[in-house]
Design a protein around this ligand. Structure first.
Ligand code: XIL
Length: 366
């Protein structure tokens, strides 16, 4: 197992296997956020918590909130109809309890990570689709209610406009997911009402991506999202928060003004704002040398988070903590074409703090 990591003391103690016993650095993103009345967290993987002590120690020290990267998605929780499996999620909940952390739920409805049986059931018509939704929400929320008080109920419901990385055909502002096809546009409201009926005090979040930068497609996607949120709230749909994923892309321009205006509009609706999946894709042409690259990433994060925090966001969650375990280095759809490792998270492959850590710390301090 690797021993070099950010908790320097552990690295200097050969043979020390339990990293948690070592004192953490005095200031962590967790402690900085807490001192400022804010929250910091990161997406986590149960398999790595169980196999990599340095990874586990880093999450214990730096994160107060944990989002399961896979363990609370449909395919993980109900791989076969009626057979629920909480073992992976429970590993994260147990870790969180030991370290006084909170766990976010991610995600009840999403067009990805759904098993084939769900797709087949949805194709059987609206009654069956509704039954499947209700049974999943009842099984999941009923079991996790003591530990998870905040769920992404609907993830990524807005269609990508023309010009987006993966545009959707047609001009439907809503993404034509299997849920949309089975239940029509009202599936979103149905999901929130079903979640609220299960648990009256759960915080219900709608989570979306591609709404951060100042490209025409992101502008249009913000417009579509605002229209959806207004429609839902006008109908009295239970909805508490907007999650902004913030998978930032440096090859796209970021302009604080339109994003700040968007946040104002969300806040005016009475919704809380969370940054739920922050990471950064570096530009196609990389700056010369690691220090310059890391400085550029940090600068983008600072620009973005300063606006988010000023706009009322109190919770910042990154999609992982270290470049060593980032989907940006694993997922075909987001891998760099030049083969370089994207340095898009606050800790490097050796779990050392990077300028992005400082940028997040500064924004959290406000
Ligand atoms: C990603 C995970 O990081 C990957 O490991 C997995 O293969 C696919 O999903 N938006 C989301 C997250 O809401 O659930 C996605 O997570 C990243 C994009």
């Amino acid at each position: 197992m690797r021993r070099r990591h950010a908790l320097g003391l552990v690295a200097s103690l050969p043979g020390c296997a339990v990293a948690q016993t070592q004192p953490a650095p005095a200031e962590t993103l967790r402690s900085i956020a807490r001192a400022a009345g804010r929250g910091f967290g990161a997406a986590v993987r149960a398999d790595l918590l169980g196999s990599d002590a340095a990874y586990a120690a880093l999450f214990a020290a730096e994160a107060e909130l944990l989002t399961p990267e896979w363990e609370a998605k449909w395919v993980a929780l109900q791989p076969e109809e009626g057979r629920f499996d909480f073992s992976h999620l429970n590993a994260i909940i147990t870790f969180a309890q030991a370290n006084r952390q909170r766990v976010r739920g991610h995600a009840l409805l999403w067009q990805e990570a759904i098993p084939d049986w769900v797709k087949a059931a949805l194709a059987e018509g609206p009654d069956r689709a509704r039954g499947v939704m209700e049974a999943h929400f009842a099984g999941v929320l009923g079991t996790t209610r003591q530990h998870i008080r905040d769920w992404d109920v609907v993830n990524e419901p807005i269609a990508n406009p023309p010009g987006a990385d993966v545009p959707q055909a047609g001009d439907n502002p809503l993404r034509e997911t299997p849920w949309f096809k089975a239940l029509g546009p009202n599936y979103i409201e149905m999901a929130f009402r079903t979640a609220r009926a299960q648990d009256a005090t759960l915080r219900l979040t709608l989570n979306e991506y591609g709404i951060e930068e100042s490209t025409p497609d992101a502008e249009e996607k913000r417009r579509r999202l605002l229209a959806l949120l207004r429609r839902l709230l006008d109908k009295g749909c239970p909805l508490d928060a907007l999650g902004i994923q913030a998978h930032l892309q440096m090859r796209k321009p970021f302009d604080p003004a339109p994003f700040a205006r968007f946040l104002d509009q969300i806040r005016a609706m009475g919704l809380a704002i969370l940054i739920t999946e922050l990471d950064v894709r570096e530009p196609d042409t990389l700056a010369e040398g690691i220090p310059a690259r890391d400085a550029a990433v940090a600068e983008r994060v600072k620009q973005f988070l300063d606006v988010a925090v000023a706009g009322g966001c109190r919770t910042v969650i990154t999609w992982g903590l270290t470049d060593r375990n980032s989907w940006l280095g694993n997922e075909p759809g987001v891998l760099r074409r030049d083969g370089a490792t994207t340095r898009g998270l606050p800790f490097d492959e050796e779990l050392r703090r990077k300028p992005m850590w400082q940028a997040i710390a500064g924004a959290l301090r406000g």
